[in-house]
Structure formats: structure tokens, C-alpha cells
Design a protein around this ligand. Structure first.
Ligand code: SAM
Length: 284
């Protein structure tokens, strides 16, 4: 039997084809097979590089079924390159099952590093990079998205989100209402492409900046948000207390807490706790 082959995890460009590394191009030309998320898309990259390497489709819907096919190629001594449509495979992209299975069976798995939208956006965000938290895509449903953001609102690390054009406005609105209007953010659109735009400023102004951008209704977005600071947390707490004070003049505590939670993005429990400590409402 041949020596076992190598599984290369190859990063590809996130827009600008010149970002392919010469090592990535060499590996894509040398392997027996390219396992690609979308063979038509990767076909264009291979054609751009003048390569005709055979491809196998491996995407989120067939990954489990394709793992064995790739493992048997590795067992036969053939090397395989795993690529996704853009950037680094496995980063909000397919490949986890294959890499885990190859590692488990003792095959050599080696990275060919390159573009990744999260790292590219973070590197120009001007926000702290010593600690960051990659969140990828938020849940599509509004209630689940808001509840995830509420869990993250006190996280002190810089946060990185992926978002598509159809939800980016809603996501920016939710971020501003839950994290607070003044939280700093960087919204990177179409990085490395012709119409790259990078907004930097308050979360509250990000939606308007996007609306003012003639290309703002197209493209791919990476949103980087500053982590919570003590000052931010106490401003949010002050907001909640202020809103509760006003609402409790007119409403029973439970209703005031429910509305205050919706207005400020705080939890209903936090708002209700304020009501219990506030005592009877007064108008002065
Ligand atoms: N694996 C990829 C990577 O390494 O960045 C990410 C794949 S994920 C399916 C696609 C998301 O990445 C997009 O919806 C967008 O949020 C982000 N993204 C990809 N290319 C981008 C670009 N050129 N500019 C900004 N964000 C981008």
C-alpha cells in the first residue's frame, strides 16, 4: 500500500483573486483531488490558476456522506485539498467533519493559510485585538438573535460577526439597541473587492452610514464590535434605571419591567429587580 496521503486545508481569496498564495496554488495543482464547497465556484479559481485538478463536491448537506470517499483517497496515498467558496475552510464553512475524521484516523492534516474575512476586518477595525470572540452568523430569527446578543452584551472581548446583505440592517439595529448606541463598531463590506467600504464609528450611526452608501444594499459584511467596558455597562444600567423610573409612574411593576427590557435590551429580571428596590413610584 502507498503511504497515506495528506489532507491540505487550503484558504482561498475572499474576493480578490490575487490573494491566493503561491503555496496554495502549488498545492491545488499537485493534489489528486480538490474537495470543494461549490465545484463551479472553485472551477473558476482553478481556471484562473490554469489548473485542471479533479474536484469532488463537499458541502454542508453532503459532508457526512463524502467523508468516507475522501478518507479512502487518503488511505490510497493520494493527497486531497479541502477548499470552501471563500476564505478559510471550517470558519463558518464546511469541513469540520472531514478534518475531525482525518485526524482521528491519524492522517496528516496541514493548513495552507490565507484570507479570512474575520481576521481581515479585525486587522483594520482599530478595536482591541488582544482578545476577541468570533461569533460568526447570529441566528436568523429575530427573537433568537436578540437573545444571543443579550447574552453577549457584557462580554469584554471585541466581537466579530458575519452577516449577509439581507439581514445586516436588522442586525445593526439590534446591536445598537442591545449593546447601546455609543458602542464603537467597524462594518467591513466587500473586503478586498472593488467596492470595499469600511465604516468606523458608533453603532447607532452604522445603519445610517450603510443607507447612505450607494452600494450598501449589496455585498458581504463583517461586523466588528468593541467589547463591553465598565463605563458602557454602567451607562446601560443608568439607562435601564431611568426608563424604569419613568414607566413606573404610569404602569404596574411587571408591565414597566417588560417594556423597559424591550426598550433597553436589558433582561426582564434585571428590570423587575429595580422595580422591587425602587419602592412606590413618585412623579417628582
Ligand atoms: N470562510 C470564510 C472566511 O474565512 O472568512 C467565511 C465564509 S462565511 C460562509 C461568508 C461570510 O463571511 C459572509 O456572509 C460575510 O459575513 C463574510 N465575508 C466573506 N467575504 C467577505 C468580504 N469580502 N468582506 C466582508 N465580509 C466577508
Amino acid at each position: 500500500m502507498n503511504d497515506p496521503g495528506v489532507l491540505y486545508v487550503v484558504a482561498t481569496p475572499i474576493g480578490n483573486l490575487d490573494d491566493i498564495s503561491s503555496r496554495a496554488a502549488a498545492v491545488l495543482g499537485r493534489v489528486a483531488l480538490v474537495a470543494a464547497e461549490d465545484t463551479r465556484h472553485t472551477g473558476q479559481l482553478l481556471a484562473h490558476l490554469g489548473l485542471q485538478t479533479r474536484q469532488l463536491a463537499l458541502h454542508e448537506h453532503n459532508e457526512a456522506a463524502r467523508v468516507d470517499a475522501v478518507l479512502s483517497r487518503l488511505a490510497a496515498g493520494e493527497s486531497v485539498a479541502l477548499v470552501s467558496d471563500a476564505g478559510t475552510p471550517l470558519i463558518s464553512d464546511p469541513g469540520y467533519r472531514l478534518v475531525a475524521a482525518a485526524r482521528e484516523r491519524g492522517y496528516k492534516v496541514t493548513p495552507i493559510p490565507g484570507a479570512c474575512a474575520a481576521i481581515a476586518a479585525l486587522s483594520v477595525s482599530g478595536l482591541p485585538t488582544d482578545r476577541f470572540r468570533f461569533e460568526g452568523f447570529l441566528p436568523a430569527r429575530a427573537a433568537a438573535r436578540r437573545s444571543r446578543l443579550q447574552e453577549l452584551q457584557d462580554c469584554p472581548d471585541t466581537l466579530v460577526f458575519y452577516e449577509g446583505v439581507h439581514r445586516v440592517r436588522e442586525t445593526l439595529e439590534d446591536l445598537a439597541s442591545i449593546f447601546g448606541a455609543d458602542r464603537q463598531a467597524c462594518v467591513a463590506r466587500e473586503l478586498t473587492k472593488l467596492h470595499e467600504t469600511i465604516y468606523w464609528g458608533r453603532l447607532a450611526d452604522a445603519g445610517a452610514a450603510l443607507a447612505a452608501d450607494p452600494g450598501g444594499n449589496r455585498g458581504e459584511f463583517t461586523i466588528v464590535v468593541a467589547g463591553a467596558t465598565d463605563a458602557g455597562a454602567s451607562a446601560a444600567a443608568a439607562d435601564l434605571a431611568g426608563v424604569m423610573r419613568v414607566l413606573m409612574i404610569e404602569l404596574p411593576a411587571s408591565q414597566a419591567a417588560r417594556l423597559a427590557a424591550r426598550i433597553t435590551g436589558a433582561s426582564r429580571r434585571e428590570a423587575y429587580a429595580l422595580a422591587r428596590h425602587a419602592g412606590p413610584p413618585s412623579e417628582t
